[in-house]
Design a protein around this ligand. Structure first.
Ligand code: NAD
Ligand code: DAU
Length: 357
């Protein structure tokens, strides 16, 4: 059993993957320590994602409202909790938003990451052997593929959006702390995730919710761009394997080995939602609308993840069919979560909770 750490500092744990990771660790790994979740609670951070965990593990789970761009707050967290591992998810994560407003991406993804590794370096001096900084990154740093080929850990970086450029910068920064200072770092580069609690600006939840509202289903360009989809819990198990058993200073790709043209995926989602709602198979397909392409839209992503499979024995455990069914059902069954996002009510939690203190 992987149980190396006593206190894991998770950044961005109120977001999609971070919240799934915290749940995964408490419920699936036998982890006996504490998790401190620091999050700025941007539009993408939602503490409702962890309401159950907050209650069930109140003695071992703590939330702190922290912007990682604030170095003093970050250092204070290290001093107060003495984490022996950091799993760094916090980021601005949506490519389209990075095109319309890149500044937040540079601030959080580059400067925020710098603050964290600086604090880690300072706080962990002479203890690098017993500590670990795990940086969560993306396959988008590798750029865009043609019809053939795969991204390997050795593929040169070629980011093409402000989002992927900011992630690439942070990857380089993190790796430089390994080479220069000997900080115990690992990086994982993952393909597109999907599953419960994903903010409905991303393709899969956006399409599901638009179907429920009978709104147009906007497909960028010709719909032939390809993404490699991975169920979020399988990403979490990969992170856990690398955090505990990955080699210091190494990168590991994590992927679904599951490539889909966007248009085929949207058609498939239409059929799943129609079936669950008792509608005719093609009922929602009339809503598919081709819209202007995303500028600089990467054509194809495809991950080779042989390294994590061969070295750490990691495998995907959820088929796309199963994962999509679970995901669609989750959005159908969690109407309050969806409603609170649509109305912005989930942001009110902040006001309600923090005014009392
Ligand atoms: P998300 O947008 O759902 O969540 C990001 C979280 O970070 C939110 O809770 C937000 O409030 C928090 N945050 C943002 N700025 C912050 C700041 N300055 N200080 C503290 N917290 C801040 O993102 P996600 O999809 O869960 O992605 C998490 C990580 O995984 C990101 O680093 C992303 O690059 C990476 N990643 C995502 C995918 C994917 O498909 N979603 C795939 C590969 C890698
Ligand atoms: O590959 C990993 C990356 O996957 C992560 O690093 C990012 O954080 C995450 O947002 C995701 O990036 P993408 O740009 O691939 O995901 P998104 O869901 O935004 O889009 C998936 C594909 O669908 C992409 O080709 C653009 C297209 N798309 C997206 C939206 C939101 C549409 O055609 N219509 C849409 O409305």
């Amino acid at each position: 059993m992987d149980n190396r750490y006593q206190c894991i500092l998770v950044t961005g744990g109120a977001g999609f993957i971070g919240s799934n990771f915290i749940r995964y660790v408490f419920e699936n790994t036998g982890f006996e320590g504490k998790i401190v979740n620091i999050d700025k609670l941007t539009y993408a951070g939602n503490l409702e994602n962890l309401a159950d965990i907050n209650e069930k593990y109140s003695d071992r789970y703590v939330f702190e409202w922290v912007d990682i761009c604030d170095y003093d707050r970050v250092e204070d967290i290290f001093k107060r909790y003495s984490p022996d591992a950091v799993v760094h998810f916090a980021a601005e994560s949506h490519v389209d938003r990075s095109i319309h407003g890149p500044k937040d991406f540079i601030n959080t993804n580059v400067n925020g990451t710098f603050n964290l590794i600086e604090a880690a370096r300072k706080f962990w001096q002479n203890r690098f052997e017993y500590t670990r900084f795990h940086h969560i990154s993306t396959d988008e740093v590798y750029g865009s593929l043609g019809d053939t080929g795969y991204f390997y850990e050795t593929t040169p970086y070629d980011p093409r959006s402000p989002y992927s450029a900011s992630k690439a910068a942070s990857d380089h920064l993190v790796m430089s702390y390994y080479h220069t200072y000997g900080l115990n770092v690992v990086i994982t580069n993952c393909s597109n995730n999907y599953g419960p609690y994903q903010f409905p600006e991303k393709l899969i939840p956006l399409m599901i919710l638009n179907m429920l509202d009978e709104k147009p289903l906007p497909v960028y360009g010709d719909g032939k761009n390809i993404r490699d989809w991975l169920y979020v819990e399988d990403h979490c198990s990969g992170i856990w394997a690398v955090l505990n058993r990955g080699k210091t200073g190494e990168k590991y790709n994590i992927g679904g080995e599951n490539e889909w043209h966007n248009i085929d995926l949207v058609n498939k989602l239409c059929e799943i939602v129609a079936e669950k709602l008792g509608k005719p198979k093609d009922y929602f397909k009339r809503l598919i609308t081709f819209v202007q392409d995303r500028p600089g839209h990467d054509r194809r992503y495809a991950i080779n993840c042989d390294k994590i499979k061969n070295e750490l024995g990691w495998r995907q455990s959820v088929t796309f069919e199963e994962g999509l069914n679970i995901t669609v059902e989750w959005y159908l069954n969690n109407k309050k979560w969806v409603q609170n996002i649509k109305t912005g009510k989930y942001l009110e939690w902040l006001e309600i909770n923090y005014k009392k203190r």
